[in-house]
Design a protein around this ligand. Sequence first.
Ligand SMILES: *[C@@H]1O[C@H](CO)[C@@H](O)[C@H](O)[C@H]1NC(C)=O
Length: 247
Amino acid sequence: MLRLSLVAAALLSLGEGVLATLQTCGSAQYDPSQYVCWGNQFLCPVTAGEPLSYCAGACYSKFMYKCSNNVLTLLPAVTTPFQLVVSNPTLPIDGQPVTAGGQHWNLGGTTSSYCPTQVGSACPAGTSTSMVASGGSVSMNVMVPGGQQAYLDPYWNMGYTQAHSAYIPPGSITTGFGAYQGGGFVNLNGNGWGWVACPPQASGGGGTQWNLVAKNSTNAASLSSCTAINLKIIPVPSGTFGAWQYT
Ligand SMILES: *[C@@H]1O[C@H](CO)[C@@H](O)[C@H](O)[C@H]1NC(C)=O
């Protein structure tokens, strides 16, 4: 299986007229842009720009798992609010935050928020976007009564409710999210196809903003211009809010 995909990768490179510089891992040869070699013995793929780690026979993502005493375990759930940043070193938006705007999670760009003047000095800065997760659900880290629930909309983009409204578009999904301490924010719906970042003009995107889309078995083909990413969790202190409300 591994050997077959290595051959396929080599042929692909030849077809493009660019033969990748192969390295050796034990007796195997590999393309270091696609695989990482552990202990001169084990190959793990690079996915979403992350060279997967190795634990007793398994390759794993540090955005979701840890390896302790050769046993792979899920990272603990994050218990504080958090911000999210894009992780994929091959993209220009690597390290840029997920920002709330237009009831939508965008990649990069600026946070859109509002605070009524009556709230005065109690208004949070509202310049960064943070979330809270619990029990598989995620909501915006806001002060407004009723909160703002986040969800996968019918296009598998991430959206959130308007302040003072519980309206969620029919066909949206509000559960099945994992938020891991020291790791990432993961969509567990649709068998783990992961997140992609779509460049501004690509399908699934709109306007001038990079867009976040959750990939699945049916939309994967239409997202070929998008690139797999991880969303890294940056914890913020408990009891702090990102905004009064996001707009
Ligand atoms: C995948 O996402 C698309 C939207 O991009 C949605 O219409 C479809 O129902 C989803 N497929 C599955 C298997 O959930």
